[in-house]
Design a protein around this ligand. Structure first.
Ligand SMILES: [Zn+2]
Length: 279
């Protein structure tokens, strides 16, 4: 799933290429693509795109009247569409502009969870679905992160992935942030204190910075295997910091990856889903 750096860099690319282009039509290809009935997309027809910005992992295509809120979920992409074919592969919705290429929302797979919400630009970005998001990952300071840790005592990895608590991070950055902070992904946030919050905050900023630097060198959005990282998707490989073997714990929707030497005092975390097969 694209996370903060990938979405941010994509917004920057789209603003550069599409700002000022006049929207002609918004075309959903199926009934799940547009998630809202009001305001209507046609309220933005004939208006130039102001810019493409971001809130959490959502892209915001802003017009004076209406803002289109796009979530890519797991396999979604918002692609420059030169061909505008009648039945685009994996096509969910298309933004047709008066001049130049269109923008095509695609989603690989059958889940059909990516989609578009229309909100009134004048309402700001507190309308659903954005109203449930926690503060932006980069907006925290040590005091506010420490306070949020106390208010939401849970595993650090789960906290970092929870968009209600902190917006923009996902499975990959949660793994990388825990590794950079040298903290167990299972550390309880309520016990981290101010010192732990400071370490996590430094790790968030460094991981996002590295991701952004990489992503801004690209002309399209990366997949997670391409992104810079030390532990995510690298179970069995050597930790680039200490040389220990990167381990993982698998859950139904995601995998926690970590380095025992760097993060857990050498302890291998219990893996409830696979340990019975390893006996
Ligand atoms: Zn290590």
């Amino acid at each position: 799933m694209p996370e903060l750096p990938e979405v941010q860099a994509h917004c920057e690319r789209l603003t550069e290429q599409f700002a000022g282009h006049v929207l002609q039509r918004f075309v959903p290809f199926n009934f799940t693509a547009l998630k809202t009935a009001v305001p209507r997309p046609d309220e933005a027809y004939g208006l130039p795109l102001l810019d493409v910005t971001r809130r959490g992992k959502y892209l915001l295509l802003r017009f004076e009247t209406v803002t289109f809120v796009v979530h890519l979920m797991q396999g979604g992409r918002l692609l420059v569409d030169d061909k505008q074919s009648a039945k685009p592969r994996n096509g969910q919705a298309r933004f047709v502009f008066a001049d130049g290429p269109a923008l095509l929302l695609t989603e690989a797979g059958k889940e059909r969870r990516a989609g578009v919400w229309c909100i009134r630009t004048a309402d700001g970005i507190d309308a659903p679905p954005l109203d449930r998001l926690g503060p932006e990952a980069l907006s925290f300071d040590v005091t506010s992160l420490a306070a949020s840790f106390v208010a939401h005592n849970m595993r650090l990895h789960g906290f970092l992935r929870d968009q209600h608590h902190i917006a923009g991070l996902g499975r990959m950055l949660a793994n990388e942030v825990c590794h950079r902070a040298r903290l167990s992904p299972f550390a309880m946030t309520g016990k981290l204190g101010r010192e732990g919050a400071a370490e996590v905050l430094d790790a968030i900023r460094a991981a996002v910075d590295d991701g952004l630097t990489y992503e801004r060198t690209r002309t399209d959005m990366s997949s997670s295997a391409d992104r810079p990282g030390a532990v995510h998707g690298r179970a069995g490989e050597a930790c680039p910091v200490c040389g220990d073997t990167v381990r993982s714990v698998s859950y139904s929707g995601y995998t926690v990856a970590y380095c025992p030497t760097c993060q857990t005092g050498g302890k291998v975390l219990a893996d409830n889903t696979t340990s019975k097969f390893l006996k």
